[in-house]
Design a protein around this ligand. Structure first.
Ligand SMILES: C[S@@+](CC[C@H](N)C(=O)[O-])C[C@H]1O[C@@H](n2cnc3c(N)ncnc32)[C@H](O)[C@@H]1O
Length: 267
């Protein structure tokens, strides 16, 4: 049985509408839908003109299309690449900054599930409020925690993933290294190549390994009678730089020392 705050996605072959049951009546170009008559997901409902819609439970992607956007958000193609590259698992403990509109935090929160957590730092009060609102709308408030604090105040340790989407990300690379578990990941989203260069340099200095940078290009095709890529596409969004914490720095230095000592002894 659906409750009045539940979200419903009304789906026909032509259109979709995302509504809350409490909305009462929905006026569409196909006629009026009485939402009170929808009792459960999967039910088919007709407008007063007889046009059929099926009422389904919205997915996280359906919900995200309706969220408030403040600063530039991380798009689905980039979030998907982050989640797939590092192999996010249910139960992971993650840190994200800055939260912005919480798009990336929400997508990671959806992947880590109820046993996991995402703490997302945002230093701007207004953005933090929007981020909290978006998280609540997606029903993830028990998983994604928006902290209205600067990233330098981060205290969390033994993390599986840190994602940074802040202008001066290179300043937090060392801190991220100390907060991550061995084998865990840092991912930095940077709109400009100059940022990528300084982030990669800091990653190397901090002791990160397996550093790779990618740009994800998405091109939609139109397929009517003849098929071809659409004229317009989403151009550049950002570069993704991935780095993994492998051997602790102290241990690495020790093993390098012992190797050179062995060499000296041989010669
Ligand atoms: C581009 S937005 C992030 C968008 C977000 N990743 C999303 O997908 O919705 C960058 C955000 O970082 C915040 N920010 C910048 N420096 C910060 C810092 N040192 N600590 C916390 N937040 C910071 C900004 O206020 C801004 O909201």
């Amino acid at each position: 049985m659906l409750k009045k705050d539940d979200f419903i996605l009304l789906l026909s072959n032509k259109r979709t509408y995302l509504v809350q049951k409490a909305h009462g009546k929905l006026h569409t170009e196909f006629g009026v839908i009485d939402l009170k008559k929808i009792k459960k997901y999967g039910q088919t409902i007709r407008t007063h003109k007889g046009v059929a819609f099926v009422a389904v439970q919205p997915t996280m992607s359906d919900m995200m299309r309706k969220l408030k956007r403040m600063p530039q958000v991380v798009t689905a193609k980039d979030a998907a690449a982050i989640i797939a590259h590092v192999g996010v698992r249910p139960g992971w403990k993650c840190i994200d900054a800055g939260a912005g509109s919480a798009f990336l935090a929400i997508m990671i929160g959806n992947a880590v599930g109820p046993r996991g957590s995402v703490v997302s730092y945002e230093n701007n009060k207004k953005f933090a409020e929007v981020a909290k609102h978006n998280v609540k709308k997606c029903g993830l408030e028990k998983i994604v925690n928006i902290k209205n604090k600067p990233l330098k105040k981060m205290t969390e340790k033994h993390l599986d993933l840190v994602t940074l989407d802040v202008r001066d990300a290179e300043q937090y690379v060392e801190k991220a290294f100390r907060s991550l578990k061995p084998g865990a990941w840092l991912v930095v989203y940077s709109p400009y190549i100059e940022q990528v260069i300084s982030v990669r340099k800091r990653m190397q200095e901090a002791g990160f390994a397996h550093i790779t940078t990618k740009e994800i290009i998405e091109r939609e095709w139109q397929s009517d009678y003849f098929s071809r890529p659409k004229n317009r596409m989403l151009g550049h969004t950002g570069f993704l730089t991935f780095a993994r914490k492998a051997i602790k720095r102290k241990m690495r230095k020790k093993s390098t020392k012992s190797k050179s000592a062995k060499k000296r002894a041989k010669s």
